[in-house]
Write a protein that binds this ligand. Structure first.
Ligand code: SAH
Length: 345
């Protein structure tokens, strides 16, 4: 079974861990904070770390030669969306997307290369899981994207390739690293993690990160429909998932977002909308209707505008908060693992 690789990237380490590394190389403790600060600013080489002694820089460079992923392909959309295929030192490639919103700039990062969840509408899972990314490799996507676009990034969503809760430890590490006030200092409420519904991790997450936003990919109003497209539903059933989500809102006091890709003929009927509304009525949720990105080699078609509107109206009528996701970057290889596949093919 593929595993998360050993951490080998200088971005993987907290300031405390860097202290051990730096003192082990004969450097003084306080140098760790300097290095962490430079890394968080997006430094790409040790030469930039001008206040760090040269001999320490050389020792660090020997053990941890490079850290930011290389942009091997980049697409820019007219609406400002930038999609990047990033390559890590071992050749692993993942996608990240930079988006402009009214409330600020946001990045969607990957947590794994490939995915083993097997959702039948998704491109990322078609070749299975290659490997999980380390926390530092997730941070590297944010820093490299900020360097490439020259823009501040104030929101991070972990909704790119992979299932974050199938790589929980490294996703947790990433959150702690990017939140650290000695570095990037991103607010926890500016981070969103999206899961396909791995229940034990939803419970852990509620306790570990009550301030981080949680999105759950639901895509169906019931078990029968959900398990048609999401194999994870066979292990973690619908009712149990709903209970876990309720528990999440009780523990954290926070709204949960349900993602719902509207797929023609599968989950877009009025009956589906009524059933979903019935389940969600009266609790703290938000439904994000996503027009499906059609993926080559998959049969699913996006629901037409009329049925998306009908779906939304039914939720509205029942007092369930709902929005239709704005489609960004339509003129480039939109979302969900398609750039990597196109590049490989
Ligand atoms: N594995 C996580 C996060 C990555 S996918 C999860 O399942 O939530 C991010 C979102 O995109 C999920 O809601 C996922 O179901 C959705 N998605 C995947 N393929 C899609 C497609 N072709 N069109 C629209 N949304 C898609």
């Amino acid at each position: 079974m593929p595993e998360t690789p050993e951490r080998n990237n200088i971005l993987d380490y907290t300031p405390e861990e860097l202290e051990t590394i730096v003192t082990g190389m004969g450097g003084q403790k306080f140098r760790a904070k300097q290095v962490f600060g430079w890394l968080s600013k997006g430094a790409a080489t040790y030469d930039e770390m001008s206040n760090v002694p040269k001999d320490l820089r050389e020792k660090l460079a020997e053990k941890y030669p490079s850290w930011l992923p290389e942009a091997v392909r980049m697409q820019k959309s007219k609406d400002g969306t930038v999609k990047c295929l990033f390559r890590f030192a071992d050749g692993t490639e993942v996608e990240s997307v930079f988006m402009k919103y009214e409330y600020g700039n946001s990045i969607c990062i990957s947590s794994q290369c490939g995915c083993r969840m097997g959702c039948t509408f998704c491109a990322s899972t078609m070749d299975g899981l290659a490997r999980g990314l380390t926390g530092g490799e997730m941070l590297g996507q944010v820093l490299a994207m900020r360097n490439l676009t020259g823009s501040d990034i104030g929101h991070v969503v972990i909704m790119g390739m992979g299932e974050p809760f199938d790589n929980y430890e490294e996703v947790s590490r990433f959150i702690r690293l990017i939140h650290d006030s000695r570095g990037y200092g991103l607010g926890l409420r500016n981070i969103t993690v999206s899961t396909c519904g791995i229940i034990p991790k939803i419970k852990e997450f509620a306790k570990d990160f009550p301030q981080v936003n949680l999105a759950v990919s639901l895509h169906a109003p019931n078990q029968q429909i959900r398990q048609k497209s999401m194999p994870v539903a066979k292990k973690y059933g619908y009712d149990e998932l709903m209970r876990a989500c309720r528990e999440y809102t009780e523990i954290t006091g926070r709204r949960i977002t349900f993602e719902y890709a509207v797929i023609d003929g599968l989950n877009d009927s009025a009956a589906c909308a009524e059933e979903l509304a019935g389940r969600l009525k009266g609790w703290l949720t938000h439904v994000n209707l996503i027009p499906l990105n059609e993926v080559e080699g998959r049969d699913y078609r996006t629901a037409n505008g009329k049925s998306v509107k009908r779906f939304k109206d039914i939720l509205d009528k029942n007092g369930v908060a709902v929005t239709v996701r704005r489609t960004l970057g339509n003129d480039i290889d939109a979302a969900c693992g398609q750039l990597r596949r196109r590049h490989a093919g």
